[in-house]
Design a protein around this ligand. Sequence first.
Ligand SMILES: [Zn+2]
Length: 409
Amino acid sequence: MTEKTNHKRLWSRLMEMAKLGATPNGGCNRQALTDLDSMGRALLIEWASEIGCSHHYDEIGNLFIRREGQSPQLPVILVGSHLDTQPSGGKFDGVYGVLAGLEVLHTLTEKEIDTLHPIELVVWTNEEGCRFDCAMMGSAVWTQSMPLQQAYDLQAFDNHARVEDELIRLGQKGQVSARYFPIKAAFELHIEQGPILEHEQLTIGVVKGAQHMSRHNISVWGQEAHAGPTPMSSRRDPMMALSLFLPKLYQLAEEYAPDSRITFGIIDVEPASPNTVPGKLMLTMDIRHPDLATYLDMLEKSEQIISQSCGSLDLEFQLKQSWHAPGVEFSEACIASVQQAVDDLGYSNKVMVSGAGHDAVNLARVVNTSMIFIPCRDGLSHNEAEYASPTDVGKGADVLLNAILSQAV
Ligand SMILES: [Zn+2]
């Protein structure tokens, strides 16, 4: 048996929340630890108190709203996302996951459904990382991947205020330790922020994890020579190496499609003269894949391809990793609860991975967690035109409700 949320109430609360920091083009500017962000949290607390929920802040200002379970000592079912936005953000990014979480609590209370486990709705502090330069800050501290003091000392771009001072000013520096506690399952519902669901006309993304990713600088050295007198056969031209390895690297991505990503975002030669064979080639390569073994395989093969191409032309090369972010695989139990809920409700869906970072990616390192996506128009996010349809918004909340129920009962 499935339960449904109140789609109208959820939509009207989304529109109500969007008034706080509304921008002329229909977006939202409610940046972390500003007065507007604080007003958004106050509004949420007001709605939550109306259905009898308690709340508290932890030391880094993460807000927890609790609906008690029949066995209060049992591990919590956690649901939530963030209320802060980009300077020219939309009405849905983060906010949707929070208000859908509230809608789940409201529906349960209204239908007098008691759960064995307590359910907590969390609002993470500073997810966007635009006013303070650290995305997913609140969840990073809570999962112990960032020291509390380091977060406290971050300064705002606009007025140089410290995080800790802003928390005190807004009355959101709580007493409770900003550290993870026993959680049975955690869910984050979010707009996809990409075009896949809309393109395939599907309602729900069952998110199984986030991709592994890294960036590499490739340098190839040749010999500068005159473009006229130097025969092709006696050149040492790094562009020839590029012409060999580039098609093979795209072919490699093709072999691991559809989840593989390979991007050459910057390409540069020296001395960059139309009349000179380049002496040096530099380019960046960004490689991503959700599956660790496949990702490592792609890394190894890409190095072989570049090495063989340069070697066959007797050119020296260097491959250097400049950045790396480990991917995550979400909890199988959480993914199964989401899939079951989607199947029971009969909503169209596909299993997918997240291309963007989320608080859930931090959480996955310490607690059982997974995510649910709904489509957003033209795949747009971090944009005032960000939009999700009322139907999809409602259906995503239904999936969240039933996934939570299967874990909480
Ligand atoms: Zn978000």
